[in-house]
Design a protein. Structure first.
Length: 212
């Protein structure tokens, strides 16, 4: 039997979730609790899964309290938002799931079963937000790594290059000969692992060099 605790400050929401889950033969809602009593309730009931409303004012304190428990339950955040910042914060706090509140009711029972088996569960919009953030972070890290290999003068050249200046214009701005500018451009392209100026400009933008 999968023991579940529902944490929400709204009695109607708690009752609705309990009604859906109680229809399953293998799920037992052992308690429904407002956030203020949640940690004590979870410690007492030792559920396998906790459904936690993300809008509760003490959600951070609650997640910290759960994280300190021996054999903590799988916590699934129920939220009205798929904002990637909210998702990232929930997952970083130890949540095993993040599901929008507009999820179809018939998906709740399979969700709880999967959480009880150790899976991380997210809806498609939430998964998309997580993947998008992950790819953006990887791209930003890669760009920053390449930028870090540039000399100060090469960075100066890169910023002007990214602004659309020609080699001659860059030389005039930095008081460098055309040949020296070409050498800097050739070197920075090599260090960034790109062949074209537009690719270098894109890395400069991703690394934050072009922001005022």
């Amino acid at each position: 039997m999968i023991r579940v605790v529902i944490v929400d400050n709204e009695p109607l929401i708690r009752a609705g979730l309990e009604h859906i889950l109680d229809a399953a033969d293998d799920i037992d809602v052992v308690a429904c609790s407002p956030v203020g009593q949640a940690v004590e309730t979870i410690q007492e009931q030792r559920p396998r899964v906790v459904l936690l409303d993300s809008c509760t004012s003490d959600a951070d304190t609650l997640s910290t309290g759960i994280g300190r428990m021996t054999n903590p339950p799988a916590v699934c955040v129920l939220s009205a938002s798929s904002n990637e910042e909210f998702v990232a914060t929930a997952l970083a706090s130890g949540a095993a799931g993040y599901i929008p509140k507009d999820t179809a009711p018939e998906r709740l029972v399979p969700l709880v079963r999967s959480l009880a088996q150790g899976w991380t569960m997210m809806s498609s919009p939430v998964s998309h937000a997580v993947v998008t953030r992950f790819l953006a972070d990887i791209t930003r890290t890669s760009a920053t790594s390449g930028i870090g290999r540039l000399t100060t003068r090469e960075r100066d050249v890169l910023v002007l290059l990214a602004a659309g200046l020609s080699n001659a214009a860059i030389g005039g701005r930095l008081h460098l000969s055309l040949g020296t500018v070409k050498d800097h451009v050739r070197s920075l392209l090599s260090k960034l692992g790109v062949e074209r100026r537009v690719q270098a400009a894109l890395q400069a933008e991703r690394a934050g060099l072009l922001r005022p």
